[in-house]
Design a binder for this molecule. Structure first.
Ligand SMILES: [Fe+2]
Length: 415
Protein backbone atom coordinates (compact mmCIF):
# COMPACT_ATOMS: atom_id res chain seq x y z
CA UNK A 1 0.00 0.00 0.00
CA UNK A 2 1.30 3.43 -0.92
CA UNK A 3 0.69 6.35 1.39
CA UNK A 4 -1.29 9.10 -0.34
CA UNK A 5 0.30 12.47 -1.01
CA UNK A 6 -1.71 13.88 1.91
CA UNK A 7 -0.51 11.17 4.29
CA UNK A 8 3.09 11.65 3.20
CA UNK A 9 2.82 15.38 3.79
CA UNK A 10 1.48 14.83 7.31
CA UNK A 11 4.76 13.12 8.24
CA UNK A 12 7.03 15.58 6.46
CA UNK A 13 9.02 17.77 8.88
CA UNK A 14 7.51 21.18 9.46
CA UNK A 15 10.39 23.03 7.84
CA UNK A 16 10.02 21.15 4.56
CA UNK A 17 6.26 21.54 4.60
CA UNK A 18 6.71 25.26 5.18
CA UNK A 19 8.89 25.56 2.10
CA UNK A 20 6.59 23.35 0.04
CA UNK A 21 3.36 25.17 0.88
CA UNK A 22 4.85 28.66 0.54
CA UNK A 23 6.23 27.71 -2.89
CA UNK A 24 2.85 26.36 -4.02
CA UNK A 25 1.30 29.77 -3.37
CA UNK A 26 3.86 31.42 -5.64
CA UNK A 27 3.44 28.66 -8.21
CA UNK A 28 -0.33 29.12 -8.60
CA UNK A 29 0.05 32.87 -9.13
CA UNK A 30 2.92 32.56 -11.61
CA UNK A 31 0.81 32.36 -14.83
CA UNK A 32 -0.72 35.79 -14.10
CA UNK A 33 0.51 39.33 -14.70
CA UNK A 34 1.04 41.91 -11.96
CA UNK A 35 -2.11 43.67 -13.23
CA UNK A 36 -4.19 40.46 -12.98
CA UNK A 37 -2.93 39.88 -9.43
CA UNK A 38 -4.08 43.33 -8.35
CA UNK A 39 -7.75 43.00 -9.39
CA UNK A 40 -10.54 43.07 -6.82
CA UNK A 41 -13.77 42.30 -8.67
CA UNK A 42 -16.08 42.47 -5.62
CA UNK A 43 -15.72 43.16 -1.87
CA UNK A 44 -15.95 39.40 -1.08
CA UNK A 45 -12.93 38.63 -3.27
CA UNK A 46 -9.42 39.94 -2.66
CA UNK A 47 -6.55 40.66 -5.04
CA UNK A 48 -4.11 37.75 -5.29
CA UNK A 49 -1.42 40.26 -4.40
CA UNK A 50 -3.17 40.92 -1.10
CA UNK A 51 -3.38 37.15 -0.41
CA UNK A 52 0.39 36.86 -1.06
CA UNK A 53 1.02 39.57 1.53
CA UNK A 54 -1.61 38.57 4.10
CA UNK A 55 -0.43 34.93 4.36
CA UNK A 56 3.08 36.30 4.97
CA UNK A 57 1.72 38.76 7.54
CA UNK A 58 0.33 35.77 9.46
CA UNK A 59 3.80 34.30 10.09
CA UNK A 60 5.32 37.70 10.85
CA UNK A 61 2.54 38.64 13.29
CA UNK A 62 1.90 35.38 15.08
CA UNK A 63 5.36 33.74 15.02
CA UNK A 64 8.33 35.95 14.19
CA UNK A 65 7.50 39.21 15.99
CA UNK A 66 6.46 37.58 19.29
CA UNK A 67 8.97 34.67 19.26
CA UNK A 68 12.20 35.88 17.67
CA UNK A 69 13.74 38.82 19.59
CA UNK A 70 16.20 39.62 16.81
CA UNK A 71 13.52 39.68 14.08
CA UNK A 72 13.07 43.03 12.31
CA UNK A 73 9.68 43.49 10.63
CA UNK A 74 10.02 44.06 6.88
CA UNK A 75 7.91 47.22 7.10
CA UNK A 76 6.18 48.15 10.39
CA UNK A 77 3.18 49.57 8.46
CA UNK A 78 2.32 46.10 7.14
CA UNK A 79 1.16 45.06 10.61
CA UNK A 80 -2.07 47.02 10.06
CA UNK A 81 -2.11 47.01 6.27
CA UNK A 82 -2.36 43.23 5.83
CA UNK A 83 -4.45 42.39 8.88
CA UNK A 84 -7.68 40.87 7.56
CA UNK A 85 -10.14 40.89 10.46
CA UNK A 86 -8.31 40.39 13.80
CA UNK A 87 -9.85 43.20 15.89
CA UNK A 88 -7.60 42.42 18.88
CA UNK A 89 -4.62 43.47 16.75
CA UNK A 90 -6.03 46.93 16.11
CA UNK A 91 -7.46 48.70 13.08
CA UNK A 92 -7.28 47.24 9.58
CA UNK A 93 -8.27 48.53 6.13
CA UNK A 94 -11.81 47.95 4.81
CA UNK A 95 -11.93 44.64 2.94
CA UNK A 96 -13.56 46.14 -0.16
CA UNK A 97 -10.62 48.56 -0.56
CA UNK A 98 -7.91 45.93 -0.98
CA UNK A 99 -7.94 46.56 -4.74
CA UNK A 100 -6.71 50.10 -4.04
CA UNK A 101 -3.37 48.89 -2.71
CA UNK A 102 -1.23 49.49 -5.78
CA UNK A 103 1.46 50.24 -3.20
CA UNK A 104 3.41 48.31 -2.03
CA UNK A 105 4.18 46.89 -5.47
CA UNK A 106 4.01 43.19 -6.31
CA UNK A 107 7.82 43.13 -6.35
CA UNK A 108 7.93 44.57 -2.84
CA UNK A 109 5.43 41.95 -1.66
CA UNK A 110 7.54 39.20 -3.17
CA UNK A 111 10.54 40.61 -1.29
CA UNK A 112 8.40 40.71 1.87
CA UNK A 113 7.67 37.01 1.36
CA UNK A 114 11.40 36.27 0.94
CA UNK A 115 12.25 38.27 4.07
CA UNK A 116 9.73 36.35 6.18
CA UNK A 117 10.60 32.97 4.60
CA UNK A 118 14.28 33.46 5.35
CA UNK A 119 13.52 34.22 9.01
CA UNK A 120 10.97 31.38 9.29
CA UNK A 121 13.30 28.80 7.73
CA UNK A 122 16.05 29.87 10.11
CA UNK A 123 13.61 29.66 13.04
CA UNK A 124 12.46 26.20 11.94
CA UNK A 125 16.00 24.79 11.97
CA UNK A 126 15.48 24.05 15.66
CA UNK A 127 12.09 22.44 16.32
CA UNK A 128 10.10 24.31 18.97
CA UNK A 129 7.17 22.41 20.46
CA UNK A 130 5.58 25.59 21.78
CA UNK A 131 5.03 27.20 18.40
CA UNK A 132 4.63 24.11 16.17
CA UNK A 133 0.83 24.14 16.54
CA UNK A 134 0.60 27.82 15.60
CA UNK A 135 2.89 27.31 12.59
CA UNK A 136 0.54 24.48 11.52
CA UNK A 137 -2.31 26.98 11.70
CA UNK A 138 -0.24 29.36 9.55
CA UNK A 139 0.38 26.66 6.92
CA UNK A 140 -3.25 25.58 6.86
CA UNK A 141 -4.21 29.25 6.66
CA UNK A 142 -1.92 29.61 3.65
CA UNK A 143 -3.60 26.60 1.98
CA UNK A 144 -7.02 28.15 2.55
CA UNK A 145 -5.77 31.30 0.86
CA UNK A 146 -4.40 29.24 -2.07
CA UNK A 147 -7.98 28.21 -2.83
CA UNK A 148 -9.20 31.79 -2.36
CA UNK A 149 -6.49 33.09 -4.72
CA UNK A 150 -7.87 30.76 -7.40
CA UNK A 151 -11.57 31.42 -6.81
CA UNK A 152 -11.01 35.18 -6.53
CA UNK A 153 -8.91 35.20 -9.71
CA UNK A 154 -11.59 33.21 -11.54
CA UNK A 155 -14.13 35.87 -10.59
CA UNK A 156 -11.76 38.66 -11.61
CA UNK A 157 -10.99 37.11 -15.02
CA UNK A 158 -14.70 36.58 -15.62
CA UNK A 159 -15.51 40.17 -14.62
CA UNK A 160 -13.10 41.92 -16.97
CA UNK A 161 -14.26 43.11 -20.40
CA UNK A 162 -11.48 41.25 -22.22
CA UNK A 163 -12.33 37.84 -20.79
CA UNK A 164 -10.17 34.91 -21.86
CA UNK A 165 -11.49 33.75 -25.26
CA UNK A 166 -14.06 31.06 -25.80
CA UNK A 167 -12.60 27.54 -25.89
CA UNK A 168 -13.44 25.85 -29.20
CA UNK A 169 -12.27 22.36 -28.20
CA UNK A 170 -15.36 20.15 -27.78
CA UNK A 171 -16.09 19.02 -24.26
CA UNK A 172 -15.45 15.31 -23.76
CA UNK A 173 -18.55 13.74 -22.26
CA UNK A 174 -18.12 10.76 -19.96
CA UNK A 175 -20.58 8.09 -19.04
CA UNK A 176 -21.56 8.51 -15.43
CA UNK A 177 -23.21 5.70 -13.50
CA UNK A 178 -26.76 6.39 -12.30
CA UNK A 179 -26.94 7.39 -8.63
CA UNK A 180 -26.85 4.45 -6.23
CA UNK A 181 -28.29 5.11 -2.80
CA UNK A 182 -25.77 4.05 -0.17
CA UNK A 183 -27.30 2.86 3.11
CA UNK A 184 -26.02 3.98 6.49
CA UNK A 185 -27.14 2.72 9.87
CA UNK A 186 -28.58 4.88 12.59
CA UNK A 187 -27.44 5.02 16.19
CA UNK A 188 -25.15 7.06 18.39
CA UNK A 189 -22.00 7.98 16.47
CA UNK A 190 -19.15 10.44 16.96
CA UNK A 191 -18.13 13.37 14.79
CA UNK A 192 -15.45 16.04 15.08
CA UNK A 193 -11.68 15.84 15.04
CA UNK A 194 -9.91 13.66 17.60
CA UNK A 195 -6.44 13.55 16.06
CA UNK A 196 -3.87 12.58 15.14
CA UNK A 197 -2.79 15.51 13.02
CA UNK A 198 -3.97 19.06 12.58
CA UNK A 199 -7.50 20.40 12.79
CA UNK A 200 -9.05 23.82 13.10
CA UNK A 201 -10.77 24.63 16.41
CA UNK A 202 -14.24 24.60 14.78
CA UNK A 203 -13.91 20.81 14.19
CA UNK A 204 -13.70 20.20 17.94
CA UNK A 205 -14.57 18.83 20.39
CA UNK A 206 -15.38 15.38 19.05
CA UNK A 207 -18.83 14.53 20.36
CA UNK A 208 -21.73 12.12 20.08
CA UNK A 209 -24.57 12.60 17.60
CA UNK A 210 -27.75 10.63 17.10
CA UNK A 211 -28.37 9.44 13.53
CA UNK A 212 -31.48 7.79 12.14
CA UNK A 213 -30.82 5.40 9.22
CA UNK A 214 -30.16 7.39 6.04
CA UNK A 215 -29.13 7.06 2.41
CA UNK A 216 -26.51 9.11 0.63
CA UNK A 217 -26.21 9.53 -3.14
CA UNK A 218 -23.16 7.65 -4.44
CA UNK A 219 -21.96 10.68 -6.40
CA UNK A 220 -22.44 14.43 -6.82
CA UNK A 221 -25.36 15.89 -8.78
CA UNK A 222 -24.28 16.26 -12.41
CA UNK A 223 -24.71 19.22 -14.72
CA UNK A 224 -27.13 17.14 -16.85
CA UNK A 225 -29.33 16.49 -13.81
CA UNK A 226 -29.24 20.15 -12.88
CA UNK A 227 -30.24 21.08 -16.46
CA UNK A 228 -33.36 18.91 -16.04
CA UNK A 229 -34.26 20.98 -13.00
CA UNK A 230 -33.71 24.19 -14.99
CA UNK A 231 -35.71 22.89 -17.97
CA UNK A 232 -38.54 21.94 -15.62
CA UNK A 233 -38.85 25.60 -14.60
CA UNK A 234 -36.72 25.19 -11.49
CA UNK A 235 -35.82 28.89 -11.31
CA UNK A 236 -39.43 30.01 -11.95
CA UNK A 237 -41.29 27.93 -9.36
CA UNK A 238 -41.48 29.59 -5.95
CA UNK A 239 -42.88 26.43 -4.35
CA UNK A 240 -39.44 24.80 -4.66
CA UNK A 241 -37.54 27.56 -2.86
CA UNK A 242 -36.81 28.71 0.66
CA UNK A 243 -38.29 32.17 1.20
CA UNK A 244 -34.85 33.87 1.34
CA UNK A 245 -33.80 31.81 -1.69
CA UNK A 246 -36.80 32.91 -3.76
CA UNK A 247 -36.22 36.55 -2.78
CA UNK A 248 -32.61 36.19 -3.94
CA UNK A 249 -33.54 34.49 -7.23
CA UNK A 250 -36.09 37.24 -7.90
CA UNK A 251 -33.83 40.13 -6.92
CA UNK A 252 -30.74 38.81 -8.73
CA UNK A 253 -32.56 37.38 -11.76
CA UNK A 254 -30.79 34.02 -11.37
CA UNK A 255 -31.58 31.54 -14.17
CA UNK A 256 -28.63 29.17 -13.89
CA UNK A 257 -25.54 28.45 -11.78
CA UNK A 258 -22.99 31.23 -11.56
CA UNK A 259 -20.55 31.53 -14.53
CA UNK A 260 -23.10 30.00 -16.94
CA UNK A 261 -24.07 31.77 -20.15
CA UNK A 262 -26.73 30.89 -22.69
CA UNK A 263 -25.25 31.33 -26.18
CA UNK A 264 -27.63 30.43 -29.02
CA UNK A 265 -29.42 27.87 -26.83
CA UNK A 266 -26.19 26.21 -25.77
CA UNK A 267 -25.00 26.58 -22.20
CA UNK A 268 -21.40 27.58 -21.64
CA UNK A 269 -19.55 27.96 -18.38
CA UNK A 270 -16.49 29.96 -17.55
CA UNK A 271 -13.14 28.71 -16.35
CA UNK A 272 -9.59 30.04 -16.33
CA UNK A 273 -9.11 29.33 -20.03
CA UNK A 274 -12.40 30.93 -21.07
CA UNK A 275 -16.02 30.04 -21.86
CA UNK A 276 -16.58 26.45 -22.86
CA UNK A 277 -19.64 24.35 -23.60
CA UNK A 278 -20.81 22.73 -20.36
CA UNK A 279 -19.90 19.13 -19.57
CA UNK A 280 -23.16 17.34 -18.71
CA UNK A 281 -21.27 14.54 -16.96
CA UNK A 282 -19.33 16.86 -14.62
CA UNK A 283 -20.67 17.76 -11.17
CA UNK A 284 -22.77 20.93 -11.18
CA UNK A 285 -20.75 23.72 -9.60
CA UNK A 286 -21.07 27.35 -8.46
CA UNK A 287 -24.50 26.95 -6.89
CA UNK A 288 -25.67 28.61 -3.67
CA UNK A 289 -27.19 26.87 -0.67
CA UNK A 290 -30.56 28.13 -1.93
CA UNK A 291 -30.10 26.40 -5.29
CA UNK A 292 -28.85 23.21 -3.64
CA UNK A 293 -31.93 23.17 -1.41
CA UNK A 294 -34.36 23.92 -4.28
CA UNK A 295 -32.79 21.21 -6.43
CA UNK A 296 -33.10 18.68 -3.57
CA UNK A 297 -36.74 19.67 -3.08
CA UNK A 298 -37.46 19.29 -6.81
CA UNK A 299 -35.82 15.87 -6.97
CA UNK A 300 -37.78 14.48 -4.02
CA UNK A 301 -34.68 14.08 -1.86
CA UNK A 302 -32.99 16.34 0.70
CA UNK A 303 -29.54 17.66 1.54
CA UNK A 304 -27.57 15.56 4.05
CA UNK A 305 -26.93 16.86 7.55
CA UNK A 306 -23.29 17.54 8.31
CA UNK A 307 -23.12 14.69 10.83
CA UNK A 308 -24.43 12.24 8.22
CA UNK A 309 -21.94 13.53 5.68
CA UNK A 310 -19.00 13.23 8.11
CA UNK A 311 -19.84 9.71 9.30
CA UNK A 312 -20.07 8.56 5.65
CA UNK A 313 -16.90 10.39 4.57
CA UNK A 314 -14.85 9.07 7.50
CA UNK A 315 -16.00 5.54 6.77
CA UNK A 316 -15.46 5.60 2.99
CA UNK A 317 -12.31 7.71 2.53
CA UNK A 318 -13.56 8.42 -1.01
CA UNK A 319 -11.60 11.06 -2.93
CA UNK A 320 -11.99 12.98 -6.17
CA UNK A 321 -10.10 15.84 -7.81
CA UNK A 322 -7.91 18.27 -5.84
CA UNK A 323 -5.76 21.31 -6.58
CA UNK A 324 -2.76 18.97 -6.85
CA UNK A 325 -4.14 17.59 -10.15
CA UNK A 326 -3.92 21.05 -11.75
CA UNK A 327 -7.30 20.48 -13.45
CA UNK A 328 -9.19 23.26 -11.64
CA UNK A 329 -12.51 21.83 -12.81
CA UNK A 330 -14.62 19.24 -10.98
CA UNK A 331 -14.38 15.93 -12.83
CA UNK A 332 -17.09 13.37 -13.65
CA UNK A 333 -17.55 10.48 -11.22
CA UNK A 334 -16.12 7.14 -12.30
CA UNK A 335 -16.72 3.78 -10.75
CA UNK A 336 -19.20 2.48 -8.23
CA UNK A 337 -19.74 2.95 -4.51
CA UNK A 338 -19.46 6.25 -2.68
CA UNK A 339 -17.57 8.71 -4.95
CA UNK A 340 -16.18 12.25 -4.75
CA UNK A 341 -16.77 12.76 -1.02
CA UNK A 342 -13.58 14.82 -0.74
CA UNK A 343 -12.47 16.93 -3.70
CA UNK A 344 -14.26 18.18 -6.86
CA UNK A 345 -16.78 20.54 -5.20
CA UNK A 346 -17.62 21.65 -1.68
CA UNK A 347 -20.94 20.10 -0.67
CA UNK A 348 -23.71 22.03 1.05
CA UNK A 349 -25.24 20.04 3.93
CA UNK A 350 -28.47 21.34 5.48
CA UNK A 351 -26.52 22.50 8.53
CA UNK A 352 -25.98 26.01 9.83
CA UNK A 353 -22.43 26.82 10.90
CA UNK A 354 -22.61 26.73 14.70
CA UNK A 355 -20.32 25.68 17.54
CA UNK A 356 -20.08 22.04 18.54
CA UNK A 357 -21.10 21.35 22.15
CA UNK A 358 -18.20 22.39 24.39
CA UNK A 359 -16.42 24.42 21.67
CA UNK A 360 -13.85 26.89 23.00
CA UNK A 361 -12.01 29.27 20.69
CA UNK A 362 -8.29 29.70 21.42
CA UNK A 363 -7.23 32.55 23.72
CA UNK A 364 -6.02 35.80 22.18
CA UNK A 365 -6.31 37.17 18.65
CA UNK A 366 -5.97 33.72 17.01
CA UNK A 367 -9.31 32.84 18.67
CA UNK A 368 -10.93 35.18 16.10
CA UNK A 369 -10.03 32.73 13.32
CA UNK A 370 -13.28 30.71 13.18
CA UNK A 371 -15.50 31.18 16.23
CA UNK A 372 -16.71 34.72 15.62
CA UNK A 373 -18.18 33.77 12.24
CA UNK A 374 -20.68 31.30 13.71
CA UNK A 375 -23.77 33.25 12.68
CA UNK A 376 -25.77 33.45 9.43
CA UNK A 377 -23.58 31.01 7.51
CA UNK A 378 -23.88 27.41 6.34
CA UNK A 379 -21.33 24.62 6.57
CA UNK A 380 -19.59 23.25 3.48
CA UNK A 381 -17.88 19.87 3.46
CA UNK A 382 -15.24 17.96 1.55
CA UNK A 383 -13.08 20.48 -0.32
CA UNK A 384 -12.93 21.07 -4.05
CA UNK A 385 -10.76 20.85 -7.15
CA UNK A 386 -9.06 24.03 -5.83
CA UNK A 387 -8.30 22.58 -2.36
CA UNK A 388 -4.85 21.07 -1.71
CA UNK A 389 -5.36 17.39 -0.94
CA UNK A 390 -3.29 17.55 2.25
CA UNK A 391 -5.59 20.30 3.56
CA UNK A 392 -8.86 18.40 3.71
CA UNK A 393 -10.31 15.68 5.97
CA UNK A 394 -13.71 14.23 6.87
CA UNK A 395 -14.12 16.50 9.90
CA UNK A 396 -13.25 19.73 8.01
CA UNK A 397 -15.86 22.51 8.24
CA UNK A 398 -15.81 25.35 5.76
CA UNK A 399 -18.53 28.02 5.90
CA UNK A 400 -20.13 30.61 3.65
CA UNK A 401 -23.38 32.62 3.60
CA UNK A 402 -26.21 30.82 1.77
CA UNK A 403 -26.30 33.14 -1.28
CA UNK A 404 -22.60 32.81 -2.12
CA UNK A 405 -21.67 31.09 -5.42
CA UNK A 406 -18.15 32.03 -6.47
CA UNK A 407 -16.49 29.16 -4.61
CA UNK A 408 -16.49 25.66 -6.16
CA UNK A 409 -19.78 24.61 -4.49
CA UNK A 410 -22.02 21.72 -5.53
CA UNK A 411 -24.69 19.26 -4.39
CA UNK A 412 -24.92 15.76 -2.96
CA UNK A 413 -28.36 14.38 -2.11
CA UNK A 414 -29.56 12.33 0.84
CA UNK A 415 -32.75 10.53 1.77
FE1 LIG B 1 -6.61 34.97 6.38
Amino acid sequence: MHASHAEQLAYTPLRERYRDIRNTTLHITSPFSAEDLMLQSMPDASPAKWHLAHTTWFFETFILSPQVPSYKPFDPRFKQLFNSYYKQLGAHPYRGARGLMSRPSLDEIRTYREHVDLAMLRYLEVPDENTAALIEVGLNHEQQHQELILTDLKHALWSMPLQPERVERPTAVNNVEPVQWQDFEGGIREIGHAGPGFSFDNETPRHEVLLTPFKLASRLVTTAEYLEFMNDGGYRRPELWLSDGWDTVSAQGWKSPFYWEDRDRHWFDFSYDGMREIDPSAPVCHVSYYEADAFAHWSGARLPREEEWEVAAAQSGSKGTFLDSGKLRPQPASGKGLQQMCGDVWEWPASPYVAYPGFKPAAGAIGEYNGKFMCNQFVLRGGSCATPESHIRASYRNFFPPHVRWQFMGIRLAK
